[in-house]
Design a protein around this ligand. Structure first.
Ligand code: C5P
Length: 284
């Protein structure tokens, strides 16, 4: 039988407010989350047991055992169904790791989607939620990979379709940033989002986004000062209306007026900083 493929789309936090630190050490968030049109690729094939391999430009730094969320996702699904998962999975790691793009979580969610398709399993997204939550706070949002408002620790999701696709440049300076370190260093919490409705047109939505924040930006910059350079470089590009960090960093996104300005910025930045990871894409 022919194998199947899934893309683990990069998650981008358009804004991210932290409401409070909980007794369990996690944090309640309020974040608008969208997904880029780029991601890691997973391929699935029937096998005699569970096999897992990693390749790709960012594959070298990852463990290819149980510590990887893809293998953990397959095992958890096997436990849920009380059956052995006999599938070989190859992860082509194209996005930087520990980068604020939800990489491991998106990979785990794509693994769940792929296994369900390959094995034709009768499971709904609701059936998968407990497994998704147990794998990581960002795995539920990555299951559907559509734009949402994310609250709680990442488990309360309300649909928030974007008025239009947003042309963006994603830039990572090459510093891996550990999410727990950033949350631990966080001192200022800006609380929940104001109750105003989200803008219904591209213009009003963009103006609203500009008023937002990512509370994790300040602690992440203290850990990886290169983030400040990335934000400054994005802001200098013609047509960049907003530059902000995604998740716990270090990847930042620059939002552009149109695809032409975005592509021009990619060329300029690639020439100036060949050592940075730079990708032009759209968020949806
Ligand atoms: O759930 P996951 O393992 O992906 O989370 C990684 C780390 O991020 C947690 O150990 C925690 O330090 C932090 N985190 C948090 N609050 C959230 C999500 C993640 O404090 N809502």
């Amino acid at each position: 039988m022919l194998g199947i493929e899934e893309t683990a789309y990069a998650k981008v936090n358009l804004d991210l407010r932290v409401s409070r630190r909980r007794a369990d050490g996690y944090h309640d968030l309020d974040s608008l989350v969208a997904f880029a049109d780029i991601g890691d690729r997973l391929t699935f094939d029937r096998a005699d047991g569970l096999e897992f391999a990693i390749k790709g430009p960012f594959g070298g730094s990852l463990p290819n055992d149980e510590r990887n969320l893809v293998a953990a996702a397959a095992r958890s699904l096997g436990v849920l169904l009380n059956r052995e998962i006999r599938v070989s999975i190859t992860l082509d790691k194209r996005l930087p790791v520990a980068a604020g793009l939800g990489g491991g979580s998106a990979d785990a969610a794509a693994a769940l989607r792929g296994l369900i398709r390959l094995c034709d399993l009768p499971l709904t997204p609701a059936d998968l939620m407990p497994v998704a939550r147990s794998l990581g706070a960002d795995v539920p949002v990555c299951l559907s990979s559509t734009a949402v408002r994310m609250q709680g620790v990442g488990d309360r999701l309300s649909p928030m379709p974007l008025p239009a696709e947003l042309p963006v440049v994603l830039v990572n300076p090459g510093d891996a940033v550990a999410t727990p370190d950033v949350f631990r260093a966080l001192q200022e919490f800006s609380g929940s989002r104001p109750t105003e409705r989200l803008g219904a047109t591209d213009h009003s939505f963009r103006r609203q986004l500009e008023k937002g924040v990512n509370d994790l930006e300040t602690p992440a910059i203290a850990i990886a000062p290169a983030i400040r350079k990335v934000l400054d470089a994005l802001r200098r590009q013609p047509g960049c209306s907003l530059a902000r960090m995604s998740g716990s960093g270090a990847t930042c996104f620059g939002l552009f007026e149109d695809a032409r300005a975005r592509d021009h910025a990619v060329s300029t930045l690639v020439a100036a900083r060949p050592d940075w990871w730079i990708a032009g894409t759209v968020l949806r």
